[in-house]
Design a protein around this ligand. Structure first.
Ligand SMILES: NC(=O)c1ccc[n+]([C@@H]2O[C@H](COP(=O)([O-])OP(=O)(O)OC[C@H]3O[C@@H](n4cnc5c(N)ncnc54)[C@H](OP(=O)(O)O)[C@@H]3O)[C@@H](O)[C@H]2O)c1
Length: 282
């Protein structure tokens, strides 16, 4: 079945590997981008794979809430349904900085980006068959719990590892909570850990330690296509009954104790609504 797929962060790394593989099966792809050259090269690559493909490239900066809203308005106007939504755009920052809304950039992009984008597009996802796939990370275990009193990690940002870990824990809390909210609609919501993958992640950082770590770890990292494996598995599986799970190497794996806490899942949802200044009744 050829489906309509929406994917974020498709211009690079794991997202690019996933969408170029999925283009073999699917005729309508909508992706978000920030960089014009990367957008053009991805369009050329996808058209070479499938010349008749219907492509829509939508500008979106996930660190800007209005940019997410504008992108969703365009998607809402251009398609009647989204069979598979893949939230993948993510960032690792080794220095602290805030968005114009006063939210630490990692949390804004990695969590609020998924939260707002998904909620604004939810009515396009068909009941019984629709899928939402969130790219999380084993790094969620870098933190014991959400740091509710300072979600920005302003007090102890250091190299940003905990802030990144917290944003990935938020991906899992969000996945589990949304999956419960959507159970009655038969829409599956799952998340994945791609493994350690050789991508551009963190390459914008200036810190020498970050660069050194990347060089040292590179030989142990997998290719972007291997990293995309669980996304591809979930996108292609006919079984849409599995929901609220975390996949590694296409298999369900356990996650940290904090990620299972139903009150944390609820609290994060409510705080996220406050941060994006919008409530979502499902
Ligand atoms: N690589 C790993 O080892 C690893 C491990 C576990 C989890 N992950 C997760 O995998 C996902 C993909 O990361 P990757 O490794 O493929 O990294 P990547 O090569 O850097 O790709 C990240 C993508 O996200 C986009 N993006 C970043 N910030 C954005 C923003 N503010 N607005 C819009 N788009 C933005 C990037 O767009 P630009 O090209 O415009 O920057 C790029 O297309 C992330 O969620 C990451 O947390 C990665």
């Amino acid at each position: 079945m050829s489906a309509t797929i929406v994917i974020t962060g498709a211009t690079n790394g794991i997202g690019r590997a996933a969408i170029t593989d999925l283009a073999k099966d699917h005729a309508h792809i909508i992706f978000t981008y920030r960089n014009e050259d990367l957008k053009d090269s991805l369009c050329s690559e996808l058209k070479a794979i499938r010349p008749e493909i219907k492509l829509e490239a939508i500008y979106c900066d996930f660190s800007v809430l209005d940019s997410i809203r504008e992108a969703c308005d365009i998607i809402q106007a251009s398609t009647k349904k989204i069979d598979i939504l893949i939230n993948n755009a993510g960032v690792v920052n080794t220095a602290y900085f805030e968005t114009s809304e006063g939210i630490e950039n990692t949390f804004a992009v990695n969590h609020l980006g998924y939260f707002l984008f998904t909620n604004l597009l939810l009515d396009l996802i068909p009941e019984q068959s629709g899928k939402i796939i969130n790219v999380a990370s084993a790094a969620h275990a870098f933190v014991k719990d959400m740091q509710w009193e300072d979600l920005n990690y302003k007090q102890e940002f250091k190299m940003g590892f905990k802030a990144y870990g917290q944003s990935k824990l938020a991906n899992i809390l969000f996945t589990k909570h949304l999956s419960k909210k959507l159970l009655h609609k038969g829409i599956s919501v799952n998340c994945v850990h791609p493994g350690g993958v050789n991508t551009a992640l963190g390459s914008q950082n200036k810190s020498m330690l970050g660069k050194l770590l990347k060089i040292l770890l590179k030989p142990f990292f997998r290719s972007p296509l291997k990293g995309a494996e669980s996304i591809l598995f979930l996108a292609r599986t006919k079984d849409n009954a599995v929901s609220g799970e975390y996949f590694v190497d296409s298999k369900i794996k356990g996650t940290s104790k904090a990620s299972h806490d139903a009150s944390s899942q609820e609290k994060l949802w409510e705080l996220s609504e406050e941060m994006v200044l919008q409530t979502f009744d499902i």
